[in-house]
Design a protein around this ligand. Structure first.
Ligand SMILES: Cc1ncc(COP(=O)(O)O)c(C=O)c1O
Length: 381
């Protein structure tokens, strides 16, 4: 049987839908010559603020830069601590360390894989200035409890919504919680561009103004720089591409959800499928399942690989074990749930335009793998 690889993210299918419009939008920017701060940037910011339900959306060069600039704007730096989950992409902690603050990694909820409010409470101390809940794989943490905790301790709640545009919690959009949220337009994200990009989302006008200054060298007028800044604008080309992608965003989230629910129904009896809060709404940035242990996972990866089905590990290591962060850690980190997840999670192919045929192949392959395990167990009796 001839087997073409199943794409992890079906980029050619996405380009069949968006390609022509993207080319026209990019050609328009090229003709205009307004490569920096063209009108598409302001238009995207307006649309995103309306979509998320916040007053201000400030675009910048990446999700990582969005977090760095936000921390700078809040004067979070040396001597300050920021609480974040140990189970996330490195960037969440990297941004904290890069402004001189101390990342404090705590454990996550084993159901949602997102920041555990009880672990946050335990880690609170006089140096803590912010908590950064990460809305992982398309679903938020318990944002009502985390916002309340932040208010109780007088610290900022800054949602890392890099993986969760399109998600909601108790009817509120991901990106709209706390003092501010930030997101990423990296191509594989739910709202992905054709390169790097990011955005900060907030209701706070003064904070928004500081962020606008910082992203552009702290400049208030020509050759006048009020505060120390960086260079992190969103390119006009990128904004133009995102305006095209944004038009079909809601329907793409619906498609992702339909694929995820199809996986749920088919796979629930052989793996642990993603848990979603009753009051939550996931945009399924990843479809990440759990298996019994590391050995079972290795078997599943190998079996799927044989059938030309790629998988991904989000994430194989707690971030506190990464060498780059070691010099910035000031406290003992104890995160058993994170370690357990790092050993047992596995992400399966999923994207908006994934074909049913490809999804059937993934489902069949997972079943095959599960039955191979049963046969081996029976043979050893
Ligand atoms: C949870 C999380 N935080 C931060 C980032 C950083 O975003 P970017 O790649 O746009 O810098 C990412 C994306 O890769 C992410 O998944």
């Amino acid at each position: 049987m001839s087997r073409t690889p199943v794409p992890f993210v079906d980029v050619p299918a996405m380009m069949r839908v968006h390609g022509e419009k993207l080319e026209r939008a990019l050609a328009e920017v090229v003709r205009s010559g307004q490569f920096i701060n063209g009108p598409q940037v302001a238009e995207l910011e307006k649309r995103m603020a309306a979509r998320i339900g916040v007053r201000h959306a400030i675009s910048c060069g990446s999700g990582t830069a969005a977090e760095q600039i936000l921390l700078m704007a809040l004067d979070i730096g040396p001597g300050d601590e920021v609480i974040l989950p140990d189970f996330t992409f490195i960037a969440t902690a990297e941004a904290v360390a890069s402004v001189g603050a101390t990342p404090v990694m705590v454990d996550v909820d084993p159901r949602t894989f997102c920041l555990d409010p009880d672990a946050v409470r335990e880690a609170m101390g006089p140096r803590v200035k912010a908590i950064v809940p990460v809305s992982l794989f398309g679903q938020t943490a318990e944002m009502d409890r985390l916002e309340a905790l932040a208010a109780e301790f007088g610290v900022h709640c800054l949602e890392d919504a890099c993986q969760s545009l399109g998600a909601r919690y108790q009817g509120r959009a991901s990106g709209s919680f706390g003092t501010a949220g930030f997101t990423s337009f990296y191509p594989s994200k739910p709202l992905g561009g054709i390169g790097d990009g990011g955005m900060v989302l907030t209701d706070d006008r003064e904070l928004a103004e500081r962020i606008r200054l910082i992203r552009e060298h702290g400049q208030v007028g020509r050759h006048e720089h009020r505060i120390l800044g960086v260079n992190s604008r969103l390119d006009t080309l990128q904004a133009a591409a995102l305006l095209v992608k944004e038009e079909l965003f809601d329907s793409e989230v619906e498609m992702r959800r339909a694929h995820a629910h199809r996986y749920d129904h088919a796979l629930d009896c052989v793996v642990t499928t993603p848990f979603v809060f009753e009051r939550g709404y996931s945009s399924y940035a990843q479809y990440t399942v759990r298996v019994a242990d590391r050995e079972a996972r290795e078997g599943m990866i190998a079996h799927l690989q044989l059938l030309q089905i790629p998988t991904a590990l989000h994430y194989p290591r707690p971030i506190h074990t990464q060498e780059s962060l070691r010099p910035y850690l000031r406290r003992e980190v104890e995160t058993p749930v994170t370690q357990e997840l790092c050993d047992t999670v596995l992400s399966l192919p999923l994207s908006a335009y994934m074909s049913q045929e490809d999804q059937d192949r993934v489902i069949e392959a997972v079943f095959d793998w599960a039955h191979l395990g049963e046969d081996a167990a029976a043979a050893s009796l």
